[in-house]
Design a protein around this ligand. Structure first.
Ligand SMILES: Cc1cc2nc3c(=O)[nH]c(=O)nc-3n(C[C@H](O)[C@H](O)[C@H](O)COP(=O)(O)O)c2cc1C
Length: 316
């Protein structure tokens, strides 16, 4: 089977406009930003919650990610949200390393309490009308690498597939993702395993898939400002040379991204969020530092878009 090439969940980044751009380039599936099961249960119609739940009609396969540590709230959120018919799956976050999440026992904190992790998995699988997946790390720290154990718990309790980021919680984002450890998880279970961590380009992606034998990958930071990575991976898979991204196409995509954000979010938020996206889109291109500086000092989106349009026909 052809491996699935997916967009990883990135809080504050993988909203529907960015996901749509990745889908247009051949991404197979995306996951929403993580949503608090407790937050949803108490305030299902709060804007801070509903904006994370939006799905564009052009998104072919979207998984909703939930985080939490109470089985009953996870089940309640999974039941309510899976029944909307809006999501193709529910993913349980057991990988988030952020202090405010993991230290309180949510996210990767669940890898320190596999009994609770199992209770959450059972409750969520029972409540959900759509398949349930789990995203995990290798463990809490090097002395407690229990991803294989958790993967087996997932398999026994009806989880449809798992994703493994090849780092421990204590590593946060330092060092390198350990794809041999991901391969070990893949060998230990018979449900599909997706690998995750440090995929930078098309060649790197294929090498990591071949080395680990995973059924697919999740790409996070490598896709920032680079939705074309999905197309380039497809080209590599077909034995073709990945084609570069011409400046005109790059700028055109930024303008479309900007337009979607302005249509969807309050102007000041769209402007602030697009500053970081523009920084990623132009990173490594000629004149990037000066352009980033100008964009970061502009509050009027019309001016930013005019500036970008003026660059469309410049030579590379
Ligand atoms: C800014 C940022 C936000 C993230 N948000 C989430 C999230 O909401 N849920 C989740 O499971 N992982 C989240 N992650 C982890 C990524 O999904 C992924 O596991 C990690 O970045 C490693 O993959 P990469 O090397 O391809 O980026 C986040 C990572 C970053 C950098």
């Amino acid at each position: 089977m052809t491996p699935d090439i997916r967009l990883a969940p990135l809080a504050g980044i993988t909203d529907w406009p960015f996901r749509l751009l990745c889908f247009e380039q051949g991404c197979d599936c995306a996951t929403t930003e993580m949503v608090s099961a407790l937050g949803y249960s108490y305030s299902p119609s709060a804007r801070s919650v509903t904006c994370l739940l939006e799905r564009h009609p052009g998104e072919p396969k979207l998984i909703l990610q939930l985080f939490g540590k109470e089985p009953e709230y996870m089940a309640k959120a999974a039941a309510g949200l899976s029944e909307t018919g809006r999501f193709d799956g529910i993913d349980i976050n057991m990988g988030c390393p952020a202090h405010k999440v993991a230290a309180g026992g949510e996210g990767c904190g669940l890898m320190r309490d596999l009994e609770r992790a199992e209770a959450i998995i059972r409750a969520t699988v029972r409540a959900s009308a759509v398949p349930v997946s789990v995203k995990m790390r290798l463990g809490w720290d090097d002395a407690h690498r229990n991803a294989v154990e958790l993967a087996k718990i997932c398999e026994t309790n009806g989880v449809a597939e798992i994703a493994v980021h090849g780092r421990t919680r204590m590593q946060m984002y330092s060092g390198k993702a350990d794809w041999d450890a991901i391969a070990e998880v893949k060998r230990a279970v018979s449900i599909p395993v997706l690998g995750n961590g440090d995929i930078a380009d098309a060649g790197d992606c294929l090498e990591k898939i071949a080395r680990s034998g995973v059924d697919g990958v999740l790409i996070g930071r490598g896709a920032l400002g680079n939705p074309w990575l999905f197309r380039q991976i497809r080209q590599r898979m077909a034995g073709e040379e990945p084609s570069p991204v011409p400046r005109k196409q790059r700028i055109g995509t930024i303008l479309r991204h900007y337009g979607m954000m302005l249509d969807w979010k309050p102007e000041h938020i769209a402007v602030a969020e697009m500053r970081k996206h523009i920084g990623w889109y132009i990173s490594g291109t000629r004149g990037a530092a000066a352009l980033r500086d100008r964009v970061n000092h502009m509050d009027d989106p019309v001016q930013v878009m005019e500036l970008l349009r003026g660059l469309e026909d410049e030579s590379e």
